[in-house]
Design a protein around this ligand. Sequence first.
Ligand code: ADP
Length: 473
Amino acid sequence: MKKTFNIKFLIISFMMIFLIIVLTIIFIFQYFFLDDFYRSDMLKNMYSVNDRLTDGIENNALDDVIENMGMSNDVCVRVIYSRRTSITGFQGMCPLRYLSNDQIQNIYIDTAQHNDERLFKNFQLRQDDVAIEDLYLLSSIVKDAGGNNVLVMVSSIIAPINATISTLRSQLLIVAVILVIAVLILGVALSKVIVKPFNLMTSEAKNLSHGKYDGEKLKLGIKEYDELNQTLIDSRNRINEADVLRKELLSNVSHDLRTPLTMIVGYGEMMKDFDEEKKNENIDVIVDEAKRLSLLVNDLLDLSKGELGRLELKKEKLAVNELLSSVYNQYSHFLETKNIKFELINEAKDKYIIGDDKRLKQVLYNFINNAINYNDKKAPTITLKASLDAEKVEIGVLDNGKGIKESDLDKIWDRYYKVDKEHKRKVVGSGIGLSLSRAILIEHNFEYGVRSKYQEYSYFYFKAPLLKENPKG
Ligand code: ADP
């Protein structure tokens, strides 16, 4: 089984890991690099003091420079002219005060040998009762305005920073403890903020399978949760819609099944009971009703196949002309008896498409059945037509029937959707025609659609790509 963690645990662990990384970095810097930083800072300071003094000497303005230098930390300077000596100890005690003449002499020679600038690290200064170790001494020789050599010395005592480090370290320990506590508190608070709305949603979502999820009342305040919430609300709506459709289907189908069954049983019994009723007319009724039943059952099967994506098409090359004539001939006699004018307009003679003959006819039959069923005009007209555009042929059925309201237009292709909710026995057809037609056309990858004006006309069509190759063969 895959391991799962709760959010609180994850948040606190991640924050802890982050904290440990930060503290480790701080510790490493303190432990290994603090001393280096300190010394390089110190040196930078010494060099900058040295630069300013050198400038002052060259411009004959040493006193001004020293005056303006202000208090500088831990640095003291000594400038030696051949004529006079100046000592400037900025922090009171200047170790350079204790240099003997010999030492100064040595420093001078050493500096001159090193291109007039020399840095002594760990300079040991012992004079009488004074002993200073670990002194940084930067010496340089410059020429003053009069061209005389001047020795400039800048020194700094490297304070032992171990004491500082241990202070910092104990501070770091306290800071670490405080941070760990802070992380725990923050982590718990954060996970509450994240987990609470989530739990609200989860407990609400338990009702989802029953079509109940009251997502609208939840105040989550987190964008991602709001999106998930919306998705769950949508699913709830869809579940409820499907439920309504399922109930409608059940009532429609059982109605459609019951009527022919009643007729079959009724006629059958009548013929059994009365010898004089055993005539072909009555047998025809039974056969017709049985056919109607099998049509309905087949359509239902096809639709469920279509929805499962298992409508297997037998694609072949089809002549548009043959397709239309065959459909036309199928209906022309029947419609004549019903006093419905039926026209065929074919602008795509000698054109070919690729499709499943039986299935495309099924689509057209359905369009025509609907054109018959939903027509209450005095002079009903139905037109079967094929028109051409650049690369496609549009095949459609136009009627002058009751038309479809715009608000219903996009819904009529849905399963079991009826504009007129009252279920009445139809002249022809099985009741789920358009959704089955849609499944067939989608499987063909054909564009399809409907144009209609309420109370005036409806036009259902699909567009098939024309076959480009030579039609012969
Ligand atoms: P059925 O015809 O059994 O209701 P369909 O899926 O074929 O099922 O059609 C769905 C709905 O679309 C019909 O109930 C009807 O309201 C509407 N409709 C379909 N074709 C037409 C048409 N030619 N004229 C007016 N309304 C139509």
